[in-house]
Structure formats: C-alpha cells, structure tokens
Design a protein around this ligand. Structure first.
Ligand SMILES: CC(C)(COP(=O)(O)OP(=O)(O)OC[C@H]1O[C@@H](n2cnc3c(N)ncnc32)[C@H](O)[C@@H]1OP(=O)(O)O)[C@@H](O)C(=O)NCCC(=O)NCCS
Length: 148
C-alpha cells in the first residue's frame, strides 16, 4: 500500500531522482524545479513523495491558496510526476486521491488541475479519474475540475 511522505533532508535526493519518460517532459516540470517553487511559495505549496515500501515512486505537489483571485489556483494539483519505471501501477491515482483527501480535510469541495493537451499527455488519466474540463484555458492549458 503506497503512502505519502513529506520532503525531508533524508529523501530530497530520492525526490529529485524521480524522472518521467523523455517524451513526457514537455508535460511536467522536473521535480527539482517544483521543489524550488515550493520553497519560494512555502505558504501555499504542498509537496509530497509517494512511497511504496522503501521506493520513492512519485512526486505530487498541490497548492492551497483559498484567497487567490483565480479560482483555478485556490485548491489544485500543481505537479504530478510518476517515475517512468513505476507508471501504470496506480501510483498516479493514489497521489490524486491523497491530495483530494487533504483538500477535503481542509474544507474544500472542488479541486482543479491544469493540463497540456497533446499525445502522451495526462488528459486521459485525469478524465479517467473523474476530472471534467471547465471550458477555461489558462496559460494555454486546459482547466479540469473534480467536485469532492
Ligand atoms: C499521467 C501520470 C501521472 C499517470 O500516472 P500512473 O501512475 O501511470 O497512472 P495510474 O496507474 O494511477 O492510472 C490510473 C488510471 O488512469 C489510466 N491512465 C493512466 N495514464 C493514462 C493515459 N496516458 N492514457 C489513458 N489512460 C491512462 C490507467 O489506465 C488507470 O485506469 P484504470 O482505472 O482502468 O485502472 C503519469 O503517466 C505521469 O507522471 N506522466 C508524466 C507527467 C505528467 O504528465 N504529469 C501530469 C502533469 S499535470
């Protein structure tokens, strides 16, 4: 059963070592960039590692910013990187559901995610998990929402 861990000095290199496939790099920033952004926006970023036993298999970063003027940035998944060798095993779904659980715990009833359209992109994954496009496009990306 996978679990979430906070980022610590002991696991930060394992986090940075998580790599998506080369053809997927256009769809998500590297973990090292996300961690730098998390450091810069400590107040809102929610970065976590997904572990299965002793293996770090995925990285997820949420954002909780209830006062943001843009609704899509109030409670959402900012990044999701499942290691290329660990894809297709349910870890992406686990990470999204774990984020949703945290969102619910904080009193949110709606989570959003932005994805880039394109072959090899994550659209089908998010649709499979129940996200629906809101019709908005932000920074060229499709906005998807899931009601909790
Ligand atoms: C997209 C991504 C997060 C999916 O993670 P994953 O661990 O491979 O997905 P899961 O094994 O949890 O799959 C959950 C379900 O989605 C489906 N799914 C996953 N990727 C899919 C795809 N590319 N196309 C269609 N269905 C897909 C699975 O078949 C599974 O369906 P099921 O309910 O029938 O079992 C992963 O491929 C990834 O990290 N991609 C590169 C980075 C990226 O695009 N991140 C998102 C940025 S917004």
């Amino acid at each position: 059963m996978p679990r979430l861990e906070e980022i610590t000095p002991d696991n930060v290199s394992a986090a940075v070592d998580i790599k998506v496939g080369p053809e997927q790099e256009a769809f998500v920033a590297p973990v090292v960039t996300s961690l730098a952004e998390a450091y810069a926006s400590r107040r809102t970023a929610w970065p976590r590692l997904v572990y299965d036993d002793d293996r770090a298999v995925a990285f997820v970063m949420g954002n909780f910013d209830p006062d943001n003027e843009t609704e899509a940035f109030r409670c959402g998944i900012w990044r999701l990187n499942v290691d290329r060798a660990e894809q297709g095993k349910g870890y992406g779904r686990f990470a999204v559901l774990a984020f949703c659980e945290e969102a619910r715990r904080r009193g949110h009833r709606r989570v959003t995610v932005l994805w880039e359209q394109g072959e090899g992109g994550p659209e089908a994954f998010y649709l499979r998990l129940g996200f629906r496009p809101t019709g908005e496009v932000l920074f060229g990306e499709t906005v998807g929402e899931l009601l909790l």
